[in-house]
Design a protein around this ligand. Structure first.
Ligand SMILES: C[S@@+](CC[C@H](N)C(=O)[O-])C[C@H]1O[C@@H](n2cnc3c(N)ncnc32)[C@H](O)[C@@H]1O
Length: 479
């Protein structure tokens, strides 16, 4: 049996790094605490001292983020997890209140309040961990924070008079409190990173080598950033989808003169980060690969083609010039992107070729369905659809099919579900095939790997793949 030495090494180094970071944090907390006590600057037993306020404020902030995440809303399929997130947030918030403003003075007994919060935390963490996919080490890390919290309750509850002097016991208690609240926060927010890192040990050797820890940390940070942005957006627009948030965010950035790899009139070159003002010629030189791939499927000028999530017509421009006038339908969640695309077409092309462009809504969808499209293409869109909105996305897209339609859906494919950027996901093939099978049960679905884009995601193995949804071949009657 071969041993995956590189994966194991990676895991061991990661383990050491985590331990060093924790040890460093604990030593720093002890030194800081000791220095403050020695200087007599902040008597540790005084209510409202820094020792009380720092963990208290940290806990309240963490709790507030979790509660905000709940209020911002998550699709119904994630509702149980949301409720647990709310419980976690509420308990952290109460711990914060207790630490910073001595909740026990309002309720009565300090010991009862501390013990109740600690036990509530155990229940919440247990149910949280059983719902979220995390590695054993990540669970141990979270459990460790809970044990430190328990020690603090124990020291405070018993005052440890038999072992420590009251002042020393108070100091130990404050020190533990200083440690456990940030540890909870780090543990909860680092769970996906630690888990991904640990999973690298079980990947094939080359993949483990490439899945860099720095990349995982960056993706986790981007995911948190994107999620906070979406939740805040939804606070003022209840019921808005991620597609609404995506369009709003990019429109806002383009309006300030920013560039984007595929949208608007300025192109950002991915490799160099350089921004280029697009001319008709520069625009025309990109996005032809979809037309060329459809030639292999028998595309002819008289066909009707739908470009779902057409953006600034990077792909659509080639269909507009190839198809007979009126044969192209470009749909998007906003009209602002395709308006930019129209400005970039050769002069007179829009008038001569009569492309149909429309914003996606129920009327548009039924109008386009009535056209019985021959091909439906969708490029660089599914990667911006979060897991909770896949059902709606597939229902809408595949609901446009006529019995003879062929659908080509480009997506980022990875071995497991990964949030690759703040507003992008890579999906496992099985998830995409299951969605297609659900939304188009009578069709024949298959996946083709188009190209390898591992380099784009800092070594994370991702391919750009195409989901094909074709009519099932008619059965030849047996003689
Ligand atoms: C990266 S751009 C790609 C545009 C174009 N397909 C291309 O390849 O150049 C993503 C486009 O998908 C649209 N979009 C995002 N989420 C969508 C959704 N759920 N349904 C339909 N379109 C969506 C956006 O408005 C945007 O125009």
């Amino acid at each position: 049996m071969s041993v995956d030495t590189k994966g194991v090494l990676l895991r061991e180094r990661g383990g050491r790094l985590v331990l060093v970071l924790i040890a460093g944090y604990v030593v720093a907390a002890g030194v800081l605490g000791g220095a403050l006590v020695a200087m007599g600057a902040i008597p540790p037993w005084r209510e409202g001292s820094t020792f009380e306020l720092v963990p208290g404020t940290a806990a309240m902030l963490l709790g507030a983020v979790a509660i905000l995440a709940y209020l911002g809303g998550t699709p119904p399929s994630e509702a149980p997890l949301r409720r647990r997130g709310l419980a976690l947030g509420a308990v952290l918030f109460l711990i914060g209140l207790e630490e910073a403003f001595s909740l026990h003075k309002i309720i009565g007994s300090e010991r009862v309040v501390d013990l109740a919060l600690w036990l509530a935390m155990a229940a919440v963490l247990h149910s949280f961990v059983s719902r979220v996919e995390i590695s054993d080490r990540a669970a141990l890390f979270l459990g460790g924070a809970w044990i430190v919290h328990g020690l603090s309750v124990l020291v405070e509850g018993t005052t440890m008079v038999f072992v420590l002097s009251p002042t020393a016991a108070e100091w130990v208690d404050e020190f533990l409190e200083f440690c456990y609240v940030p540890l909870y926060g780090v543990a909860v927010f680092c769970l996906p990173v630690i888990t991904r890192f640990d999973n690298a040990a079980t990947m094939p050797q080359d993949a483990a080598q490439r899945a860099s820890f720095a990349g995982a940390v960056e993706r986790a940070a981007l995911a948190i950033w994107g999620e906070i942005g979406f939740r805040l957006f939804r606070l003022s627009r209840p019921g808005a989808t991620f597609a609404d948030f995506y369009a709003y965010d990019i429109e806002r950035k383009l309006a300030t003169g920013a560039s984007h790899p595929t949208l608007g009139k300025r192109k950002r070159v991915r490799r160099t980060g350089q921004a280029l003002d697009l001319t008709t010629a520069r625009h025309g030189a990109r996005g032809r690969f979809v037309l060329e791939r459809l030639f292999l499927e028998g595309l002819r000028p008289e066909h009707r083609v739908v470009d779902y999530g057409c953006g600034s017509l990077r792909i659509g421009q080639h269909f507009i010039s190839f198809l007979d006038p009126g044969g192209y339908w470009g749909l998007d969640v906003t009209d602002s992107f395709y308006r930019d695309g129209l400005d970039l077409l050769p002069p007179g092309a829009a008038q001569a070729r009569c492309p149909h462009l429309a914003v996606i809504d129920t009327t548009t969808l039924s109008d386009v369905r009535a056209q019985q499209p021959d091909f439906i293409v969708c490029v660089a869109v599914l990667l911006h659809v979060p897991p909770g909105e896949l059902d709606m996305f597939f229902d809408r897209l595949l609901g446009l099919r006529a019995p003879h339609s062929v659908v080509a859906l480009w997506f980022d494919e990875s071995a497991t579900l990964v949030r690759t950027q703040a507003k992008a996901w890579a999906y496992p093939r099985a998830t995409i095939l299951a969605q297609a099978g659900r939304a188009a049960p009578a069709a024949a679905c298959s996946v083709e790997v188009f190209d390898d884009i591992t380099a784009r995601y800092g070594g994370l193995p991702v391919t750009r793949s195409i989901l094909w949804v074709r009519p099932r071949a008619a059965k030849v009657p047996s003689e």
